[in-house]
Ligand binder design. Structure first.
Ligand SMILES: Cc1ncc(C[n+]2csc(CCOP(=O)(O)OP(=O)(O)O)c2C)c(N)n1
Length: 378
């Protein structure tokens, strides 16, 4: 019997296939954790002006301050549900900087900062956290529409929304895309696969992000899936997919910018996996990370968080310093104080309003409940 062909041997080499994953999905990086440029050409390709870099830095600082204040307010019972964002500022703020107001954002519950930078006022985000119906109105302070859907609690569902909206934008020949964020846990959901597959099949104008922050509540990524690179899940659907250092703002921005350009040019969707870490508890509802990970691991990720490297890089470029940062943080905190007051002054919602906002067409039981509460003035 003659020898098996080289091609057939490779096909049957299962362990070789697994090893190939790292070669297939290397990590895009422009700035290393120390803030040093590791790819000058990549930096040039990102084409960010000094003003852009300042904008990205400010957005990341805004997000960090919102995180700090929201966590404190939640402990005082003045904030409702909050999913911390510290560590994910590059993954969220530098990626969203690549999109414009016409693009449609499909966020998850941890993606509140991306909606805010689209013009959704912080006081509405506070109302959303409290479950107030006005917190689900996606308009600016002067009532202009904000192209964002309400943050998804059903993990992965925003991928299906993005596939549909992305297809609508393509059919209407709009110069816009839908962009969606889920976590690595969300990438184990059926909706995730259906969304990516549908968008790929119909070449929808969509950009999908998997924020791989290591944990789905207490479940580590390694128990979530056997895939070493979640980007491989996009390839299975014929969608270009990349892995990015999710704590490197420049790399995240570059990947997002090029993905948007690809999708808006009619080529179909792109999937971006951002490697990052959730430095804080899953939510303010009482999660204790030390029950499922070590303090050493958390500390190691704090040393790699995105603000450190962006601050160093921009200081080296001569466009950032401590005084600028202190002044901006003070500005943001004054804004947050003002926005908390606005939220606190909004009248409490009526129970009947809450029920009315649950379904577009209320069920029979809900109609009865609405009538009952309205008759009681509630
Ligand atoms: C369909 C569905 N199943 C389960 C849950 C409960 N749940 C809420 S958050 C969460 C973990 C999600 O982890 P990941 O997608 O990695 O996002 P992260 O919270 O880390 O940002 C789970 C399982 C849910 N919200 N939706």
């Amino acid at each position: 019997m003659s020898d098996i062909t080289v091609t057939n041997e490779k096909i049957l080499d299962f362990s070789g296939q697994l090893a190939l994953q790292d070669e297939t999905f290397p990590t895009l990086q422009i700035l290393n954790p120390a803030g040093e440029i590791v790819d000058e050409a990549g930096l040039a390709r990102a084409d960010l002006s000094s003003e852009d870099l300042v904008q990205i830095m400010q957005r990341m600082l805004l997000s960090r301050q919102l995180d700090i204040r929201s966590t404190k307010l939640a402990k005082q019972g003045r904030f409702g549900f909050f999913a911390p964002t510290a560590g994910q500022e590059a993954s969220q703020m530098a990626s969203s900087y690549a999109f414009n107001d016409n693009d449609w954002l499909m966020p998850g519950y941890r993606d509140i900062p991306q909606i805010i930078v689209k013009g959704w006022p912080i006081w509405k985000a506070i109302l959303w956290s409290r479950g107030h119906v006005l917190g689900n109105v996606f308009t600016t302070a002067d009532d202009q529409p904000v192209n964002a859907w309400m943050p998804q609690i059903i993990i992965g569902a925003q991928y299906v929304e993005a596939a549909g909206i992305g297809l609508g934008l393509k059919k209407r020949q709009k110069d816009a895309v839908a962009y969606a964020y889920t976590g690595e846990g969300g990438s184990s959901q059926g909706d995730f696969y259906e969304g990516v597959n549908f968008a790929g099949a119909y070449q929808a104008n969509a950009v999908f992000f998997i924020q791989n922050n290591g944990y789905a509540i207490s479940t580590p990524r390694g128990l979530q899936t056997a895939a070493t690179h979640l980007a491989a899940k996009g390839w299975a659907a014929g969608v270009p997919s990349v892995v990015v250092d999710g704590n490197d703002p420049i790399a995240v921005y570059l990947a997002a910018k090029e993905a948007r350009q690809w999708a808006v040019s009619g080529n179909g969707p792109v999937l971006i996996e951002t490697l990052t870490d959730r430095l804080e508890p899953h939510s303010t509802a009482g999660d204790d990370p030390l029950r499922y990970r070590t303090q050493d691991d958390i500390d190691a990720w704090w040393a790699k968080e995105p603000l450190i490297r962006m601050r160093q890089f921009m200081t080296d470029q001569g466009i950032w310093d401590e005084a600028k940062e202190t002044a901006y943080i003070a500005e943001v905190n004054a804004l947050i104080d003002e926005q908390i007051k606005i939220a606190d002054n909004v009248p409490k919602q009526k129970i009947s309003d809450f029920i009315k906002n649950t379904l577009e067409v209320p069920s029979y039981a809900m109609t009865e409940q609405i009538a009952k509460f309205e008759s009681e003035g509630k």
